[in-house]
Ligand binder design. Structure first.
Ligand code: BTN
Length: 259
């Protein structure tokens, strides 16, 4: 029988991962799974613990924005204890994991917009918020927070409807949130475990970026840049060719396509 309703047991049951998702905490409703994960990490939760919420009432996004997570969406946060050197790669692991699962579970083509938004047909279907606490040369913990619009109508949410889509909107039918969550846990683990073996994850992330080669505007907290998104470095930063031919390395920001 196909399991479809969300619960901690349904998430962990025969998951087949080594550690990600082997411990799951499910809340039907919670302010922010990243906040719950932070509290768990500070209490020393086992690596790979995942917090899932049926809905979030105070979801947080990048650049101090909010994130809408009504029922029908996925809101989850994974606790990791990576070596400091792997912290920049978590955006790659998370966005590639999401893009792969959208293709596997929903059979839809997904693209990544730098640094880690996932788009379908140029509209945002997923946002990722990575938060970490660094002590000296060690990452005390890192949280990968993922929000996916799964079974919801973007038109019901005027704040996001012009730029957002959902899997059900693209497919014309609902898909199993449970199947998507279990896929994410397995894919993210496999990408995370591949990090020490070289730059394969970076190369796949770079090759899945819809942004490269395009004329873009990048807004960071302090400045706005315009130019051609030429490439990305292995630390995840964007290399932007500006009109005066200089190459600027941008660590964080929001990209808007200009063409
Ligand atoms: C963004 O695009 O701005 C990132 C959005 C990240 C949302 C997810 S939902 C699960 C986790 N909990 C949060 O409060 N935020 C992240």
């Amino acid at each position: 029988m196909k399991k479809s309703s969300l619960s901690s047991a349904a998430i962990t049951d025969n998951l087949g991962t080594r550690f990600i998702g082997q411990r799951a905490i499910y809340y039907p409703s919670f302010p922010s799974t990243n906040d719950a994960a932070k509290e768990e990490a500070q209490k020393g939760a086992v690596e790979g613990t995942v917090i899932v919420a049926g809905e979030q009432t105070a979801g947080r996004g990048r650049m101090k924005r909010g994130w809408l997570s009504p029922k029908g969406s996925i809101a989850l946060s994974i606790i990791l204890y990576p070596e400091l050197a792997y912290l920049p790669s978590l955006i790659m692991v998370a966005s590639l994991g999401v893009a792969r699962c959208i293709e596997k579970v929903a059979d839809l083509k997904a693209e990544i917009k730098w640094p880690n938004d996932v788009l379908i047909n140029q509209k945002k279907v997923c946002g990722i918020l990575i938060e970490s606490e660094v002590k000296g040369k060690r990452a005390d913990y890192a949280i990968i927070g993922i929000g996916i619009n799964v079974n919801l109508k973007p038109s019901a949410f005027p704040q996001i409807s012009p730029t957002a889509t959902s899997l059900s909107q693209e497919l014309g039918r609902d898909i199993s949130q449970l199947d998507m969550i279990r896929c994410l846990l397995a894919e993210i683990e496999s990408l995370y475990l591949a990090l020490p073996s070289g730059d394969a994850v970076y190369k796949q992330w770079r090759d899945n970026l819809a942004t490269l080669g395009k004329r873009v505007r990048v807004s960071s907290e302090e400045t706005t840049y315009e130019g051609i998104a030429e490439s990305v470095a292995s630390d995840g930063s964007l290399l932007l060719r500006q009109p005066d031919s200089s190459l600027t390395k941008i660590v964080a920001g929001d990209v808007t396509l200009r063409d």
